[in-house]
Unconditional design. Structure first.
Length: 272
């Protein structure tokens, strides 16, 4: 399948050497290859004319297979408990990484930046959501945030999801909170003084986030903004995990030219 997202030309061949810059990613390894998203990514890489799937690894497979297969880059859709070990291995061996796995906080990002400092030329892209609609939803929410007194986030996912709230909801809350701070907005109004624990959801940067888990759902999010006499709801739905693959392929095509750490697909799509 060809992506409609911007392609980065693949034109420079790989020089020898551990940390010499690879400007064109061709040989791709997938971690979490038997998972729901990983399997979809394997299919997308195999269908792309300019990419080659050289390793499809899952839990208990040796990461050394990535080096043996000569992977230029990996795609990681595994588990928050596994992703840091995977990245330490890849960065240490000069393998770029495009990461969808969630669970990144400031401490993890700082650790990763430390590893990347010792591996100049290696690029890691972490995106809480690889679907174009979700990236736009986050951007629209941040743009709307200064105009509304209230804002809350409701994320809805399949019941096999390990983390709550979702990485996308966390990131949206951070972006919305930053936009409100910049605009000089005060805290969101909330008179709740009594209630059951959890009834008002989790708080991320002062923004309430509610997590729904139900069979039949894939990945969905609403940002509800409220002002005097009106509300604005921005909603995104991923009905199929194929929605993530064009963004992953765009990340693979860009990562060779983005040494260091990039957080967010918007930077690859030129939406920053
Ligand atoms: N950024 C984005 O756009 C998106 C991000 N995600 C995130 O991606 C991650 C995976 O999601 P999803 O595909 O739904 O989850 P799945 O559980 O379906 O897939 C994860 C796969 O990774 C395997 N795995 C676990 N540990 C390792 C390891 N150390 N090395 C290799 N493989 C491993 C699992 O094996 P086993 O089942 O045996 O443990 C499983 O096959 C989650 O963090 C999710 O939030 C999901 C969708 C989109
Ligand atoms: O686990 C999932 O399914 C998803 N995880 C990501 C997240 O936590 O935001 C992206 C998307 O919501 C699907």
């Amino acid at each position: 399948m060809r992506t409609t997202l911007p392609d980065v030309p693949a034109q420079v061949s790989r020089p020898p050497g551990r940390f010499l810059r690879v400007t064109a990613v061709r040989r791709v390894g997938v971690l979490g290859a038997r998972g729901k998203v990983g399997a979809e990514v394997c299919r997308a890489v195999e269908s792309a004319d300019d990419l080659e799937l050289v390793a499809a690894l899952d839990v208990d497979d040796a990461l050394e297979q990535l080096s043996e297969a000569g992977a230029d880059a990996v795609v990681d859709f595994t588990h928050p408990d596994a992703v840091m070990g995977n990245l330490e291995f890849c960065v240490g061996r000069g393998i770029h990484a495009v990461v969808g796995t969630t669970g990144f906080d400031d401490e993890r990002l700082r650790t990763l930046e430390g590893w990347l400092t010792d591996a100049p030329g290696v690029g890691v892209l972490i995106a809480p959501n690889f679907s174009i609609g979700a990236v736009l939803m986050m951007r629209f929410a941040a743009a709307a945030a200064p105009y509304y007194e209230s804002v809350e986030i409701i994320e809805l996912h399949h019941p096999t999801k390990a983390d709550a709230p979702s990485g996308t909801a966390r990131r949206t809350a951070e972006l919305v909170a930053a936009a409100r701070r910049e605009a000089g907005s005060g805290p969101v109004p909330d008179a709740t003084s009594t209630g059951l624990e959890g009834a008002r959801g989790a708080e991320v940067d002062g923004i309430h986030v509610h997590s729904v888990r139900a069979r039949g759902l894939v990945a969905h999010q609403e940002v509800v903004l409220g002002g005097v006499g009106e509300t604005l709801t921005i909603r995104h739905d991923s009905m199929d995990r194929a929605s993530f693959t064009p963004g992953v392929l765009a990340g693979l095509r860009a990562i060779g030219d983005r040494p260091g750490l990039t957080v967010g697909l918007e930077h690859v799509l030129g939406l920053d």
